[in-house]
Design a binder for this molecule. Structure first.
Ligand SMILES: N[C@@H](CCC(=O)N[C@@H](CS)C(=O)NCC(=O)O)C(=O)O
Length: 201
């Protein structure tokens, strides 16, 4: 059975949902409830996946590892289609996630006041430009890759929930909102949330 170290509401939730989608049993472990997490991940970051004693870090690496290992309809076998899929995994993991990361950084690093407001607004403007790119991709379909939900939609839905913690206007089109709502209603996503809630109690 896999072990997945997570934090409630963090990016690790998309990987938990992916494991459920792939019908893989997983023991979800709240990082904050462990005492020796730093032995696995010295920077204290989740997600961390443990597979048969092997530790895998970095969300994108974990996702590609799981999709390579377990039969699925998400990762194309080769060529341009595979490159397009990885492009969107990286857009989510290495572009959208860090854009939200700037909000968390500024929220902690700056004292309240006009300079902080200005910096948060600039950070949210760059997030809004990224949601516009997502909107373009969703013109013809419910999810990023047509009518089939993938881990990319799940990652984006997790990040979308982070805007509520900041006094900024994150603008998402109706199509983007519809995709996020569909992810939130998806059984493997709901199960991941429920399992994390009980594991964190
Ligand atoms: N590039 C890393 C980023 C991981 C990351 O930023 N994780 C956040 C949660 S979303 C974290 O663990 N933060 C530490 C903390 O909140 O204490 C990955 O994709 O795995």
């Amino acid at each position: 059975m896999y072990k997945l170290y997570y934090l409630p509401g963090a990016c690790s939730l998309a990987i938990h949902a992916l494991l459920n989608e792939l019908n893989q049993p997983v023991e979800a472990i709240d990082r904050n409830k462990t005492t020796d997490f730093d032995k696995l991940e010295s920077r204290g970051m989740v997600p961390v996946l443990v597979d048969n004693g092997q530790v895998i870090r970095e969300g994108a690496a974990i996702i590609l590892y799981l999709l390579d290992k377990h039969k699925n309809q998400m990762l194309p076998e080769s060529g341009l289609e595979k490159a397009r899929f990885i492009e969107w995994v990286m857009f989510a993991n290495a572009t959208m996630h860090p854009a939200y990361g700037r909000l968390f950084f500024l929220g902690k690093a700056l004292d309240d006041g006009p300079a902080k407001e200005q910096a948060l607004t600039a950070a949210s403007n760059s997030i809004n430009a990224l949601w516009s790119a997502v909107d373009k991709q969703l013109q013809q379909s419910t999810f990023i890759f047509g009518e089939q939900i993938t881990v990319v939609d799940m990652m984006l839905a997790v990040y979308a929930s982070w805007g509520q913690y900041f006094p900024v206007d994150i603008i998402m089109s109706d199509k983007v909102q519809r995709m996020i709502d569909a992810v939130k209603a998806h059984p493997s996503f709901l199960k991941a949330i429920e399992d994390e809630q009980s594991a964190s109690q």
